[in-house]
Design a protein around this ligand. Structure first.
Ligand SMILES: O=P(O)(O)O[C@H]1O[C@H](CO)[C@@H](O)[C@H]1O
Ligand SMILES: O=c1cc[nH]c(=O)[nH]1
Length: 292
């Protein structure tokens, strides 16, 4: 079936609408970051850069690291951008742009998020690295899609009860990391935990500058919640969307977090760039050594 021009939107040069990339521009292993400037902070380690494309908050660099072809792309902030980036990257490999039909052979992509995050457990210090075993999404992206049977509703129900979750907020959805990637990255000295993905940095993460939040104890309730001996460890703004979209589209994803803030102790990293750089170098080496 031919996908309409209003659904699969191609620019006059044949590139996809927001990302401005054509199918040849991307590798099958893709590092996602929020901050467009982090793309160059990673690409500076490449042997060579093949492609650089920048439109809006979406900066894409494809090149090689120790001979391995990789793409780095910035998503900007939030799961609304994840919807765009993941649908468009998937289209680049799984839709024929000439015929506008789905390709017969599915191509699975491997996604590694190199992100920043704030811990809510006191024993996860600033400047540590954490791998997200699961994400709990306080955003509503996944609720717009069908076929979400993989979501862990028992976890959601227990969480809603424990926190007395406000019914005006969207239903928190719980989605796992890719098992294989989780096993691979789990061996390398990361903390492991459950990442809460929020719809904002301030109120939604319980930060108060001038505006009070509806429940000043919400972060404490989130931190004290346990399900099957697992705790929610950290807050950020993309992982639930990345895990959810990857499950829906048949890709594999893992989210790695540089912990810059500790909300329990009220502290923030004195050298965030250094911590992010440690995570970048570690991730690049693992991608090559584990042949991901
Ligand atoms: O550093 P990035 O990857 O952008 O991730 C975190 O930082 C941003 C907020 O400062 C949000 O996008 C959050 O998820
Ligand atoms: O506390 C933090 C730190 C980074 N990113 C977030 O979303 N929250």
């Amino acid at each position: 079936m031919k996908i309409k021009e209003s659904e699969l939107i191609l620019n006059t040069d044949g590139s996809i609408y927001h990302l401005n990339c054509t199918p040849k521009d991307i590798a099958t292993t893709i590092i996602t970051v929020g901050d467009p400037e982090r793309v160059d902070a990673i690409a500076k380690y490449f042997d060579e850069v093949e492609v650089t494309i920048h439109k809006r908050e979406f900066k894409t660099v494809t090149g090689t690291y120790k001979g391995k072809r990789l793409t780095i792309i910035s998503t900007g902030i939030g799961t609304d951008n994840i919807d765009i980036v993941f649908n468009e990257l998937d289209a680049l490999v799984n839709i024929d742009f000439e015929t506008r039909a789905l390709k017969k052979m599915h191509t699975a992509l491997t996604f590694i998020r190199i992100g920043t995050s704030g811990a809510i457990q006191e024993d996860i210090p600033v400047d540590s690295l954490l791998i997200s075993e699961k994400a709990i999404g306080f955003d509503n992206l996944l609720h717009f899609y069908d076929n979400t049977d993989f979501l862990d509703t028992s976890f959601s129900e227990a969480f809603i009860k424990h926190t007395n979750w406000n019914s005006n907020l969207s239903y928190p959805y719980v989605v796992p990391a890719n098992k294989e990637l989780l096993n691979i990255f789990s061996t390398e000295g990361f903390f492991k935990g459950i990442t809460a993905t929020n719809v904002g940095f301030y109120g939604p993460q319980g930060r108060t500058l001038r505006l009070p939040t509806y429940d000043k104890n919400l972060n404490d309730k989130i931190a004290s919640f346990q399900f099957n001996n697992q705790k929610i460890t950290n807050l950020e703004m993309e992982t639930s969307g990345i895990y959810g979209m990857s499950m829906l589209l048949g890709h594999q994803a893992i989210s790695l977090n540089a912990i810059l803030a500790n909300r329990a102790s009220g502290s923030f990293s004195k050298n965030p760039e250094e911590t992010i750089d440690v995570l970048i170098r570690k991730t690049l080496e693992m991608l090559v050594n584990k042949e991901l």
